[in-house]
Structures are given as structure tokens and as C-alpha cells.
Design a binder for this molecule. Structure first.
Ligand code: DQA
Length: 144
């Protein structure tokens, strides 16, 4: 069975209570449960992690090479700052899809740049939790 690594970046463990006007009220646990359902329907298994620590995300990407068929990532605030996560994704030879709950282009200017977008297959943003679900579908299509 093919495996996908799902990575949630900093502060996403607070979904549900964090700035609900921006991120909605769905919890990370609910998003993960729905992702698992979608994956199971496609006979794909998921490993899901959330970390507030850049180095832990870099380590997980670096080790993903021979274990996973692809990576679904919401790098959260690291989207806009992390050369290390970008370099890890570029180094590991796996298709990756970047997702964001909010449309970062309609928000503060510092969110308009993603250091991650140039090293992923594609980016889906602005659809709340559905960004994750659409991103997973796109990634499954890519690895099938
Ligand atoms: C986010 C957008 C980022 O700018 C922000 O730092 C986040 C969440 C999103 O999913 O909309 O933490 O990645």
C-alpha cells in the first residue's frame, strides 16, 4: 500500500479555536479524520504529523524518501520564512503538494510570498479544510 506523509506546520494544532474568522472552526483532528477516510477509499495510508519546530519538519522530510510516495504539506508560517523546509523538499525526490486554509494573497503582504511553492507540484489555498482534501486528491492522482 502506498503511503503519503501529511505535515501540518506551526500553530495548526490550535485550529478550531485559532482566529476562527480566518481559519474556521474545524479542528485539526476533524481534518485528519477526513483525510484518512479519503485516503482509505483510495487504498492509500497516511502518516500525519504536526510540529511547531522547523527542524522536526526538516528531519521528517529528509527521512521520507524511501518510505513515502508523496508529501502533503501546510507549512503554515514557515511558508514565508523557511529556506530549510524548501531545501528539504527540493532534496527529497518526492512529489509534494502545498495547501493553505486561507488565501494568503488576500492577507498581509508578508504572506504573499511562499518559499515553498517553487519546489512543489502545486498549491491549493483559500478553501478552508477543503484545501487539504483537494490537495490530497491531487497528490493521489500524481502518484497513481
Ligand atoms: C496558513 C497561512 C499562513 O500564512 C499562516 O501563517 C498559517 C496558516 C493557512 O493554512 O492558511 O499558519 O498556512
Amino acid at each position: 500500500m502506498k503511503k503519503i506523509l501529511v505535515i501540518h506546520g506551526p500553530n495548526l494544532h490550535l485550529l478550531g479555536q485559532r482566529e476562527p474568522g480566518v481559519y474556521g472552526t474545524v479542528t485539526l483532528a476533524a481534518i485528519n479524520a477526513h483525510l484518512k477516510k479519503l485516503a482509505a477509499k483510495n487504498k492509500i495510508s497516511l502518516a500525519i504529523m504536526q510540529s511547531n519546530i522547523e527542524g522536526k519538519i526538516v528531519d521528517a522530510i529528509g527521512k521520507a524518501g524511501n518510505k513515502f510516495a508523496g508529501i502533503l504539506i501546510n507549512p503554515a508560517a514557515y511558508t514565508h520564512t523557511s529556506v530549510a523546509i524548501r531545501d528539504a523538499l527540493a532534496a527529497v525526490n518526492l512529489p509534494a503538494v502545498e495547501v493553505h486554509l486561507s488565501n494568503t494573497h488576500t492577507r498581509e503582504e508578508f504572506r504573499h510570498t511562499s518559499l515553498i511553492s517553487p519546489v512543489v507540484k502545486g498549491t491549493i489555498m483559500g478553501f478552508g479544510p477543503h484545501s487539504y482534501y483537494l490537495g490530497l486528491e491531487a497528490l493521489i492522482e500524481l502518484i497513481s
